[in-house]
Write a protein that binds this ligand. Structure first.
Ligand code: ZN
Ligand code: ZN
Length: 177
């Protein structure tokens, strides 16, 4: 059984049910998720002028934690993420490698001036987590079918895709276990 470690970065995102998220991921892919709270000051990744955190630097830091017996490390942060060529990213992962990170900053309805919805927040977190984990298992963006590996530019794109892999992507993941 592959072990995935879920690590809050900077702070624990509010309103997210971590236990539920872990259980939901385990229902979709045959992995065991464990949680770890690190004292995680992530100011090293802050771009003060953008007021955003550089996700690639967070990935590098996650790799350095290197917990024993853990195959993948997934950071989850309440803070907004960016890579230099984009205004923001929902998340980022190393293709076929160990680290992934995603942000809940733009997954809250409140960010868009809409009323809070735990259901939507949980669903978006699950899809983001599955998507980034999928990258760590070597999956690229899937364009053919409804699939959680479709790329998402807007939160509406996340809402439109299913919290599951298409048959092709699922077959790829299952071939690894
Ligand atoms: Zn992606
Ligand atoms: Zn797919």
């Amino acid at each position: 059984m592959h072990n995935i470690r879920l690590i809050p970065l900077g702070a624990r995102p509010r309103d997210v049910s971590f236990d539920q998220l872990c259980r939901d991921i385990e229902m979709i892919i045959p992995v065991r998720i464990t949680q770890q709270d690190l004292p995680s000051d992530i100011d090293f990744a802050l771009d003060a002028s953008r007021k955003q955190y550089h996700s690639t630097e967070l990935l590098a830091r996650l790799l350095m934690t290197n917990p024993e017996g853990v195959h993948k490390i997934v950071g989850i942060t309440p803070y907004d993420l960016f890579v230099p060529v984009l205004t923001f990213v929902f998340g980022q992962a190393q293709l076929n490698n160990r680290a992934a990170v995603f942000s809940t900053f733009r997954l809250h309805n409140e960010f868009y001036g809409l009323p809070h919805s735990s259901e939507q927040l949980d669903s978006r977190c699950l899809k983001e987590a599955l998507h980034e984990i999928g990258h760590t298992y070597g999956l690229r963006h899937c364009i053919e079918r409804p699939c959680v590996m479709n790329s998402s530019t807007y939160v509406e794109d996340i809402d439109l895709k299913p919290a599951d892999f298409c048959l092709t992507c699922r077959a790829h993941i299952q071939s690894l276990f």
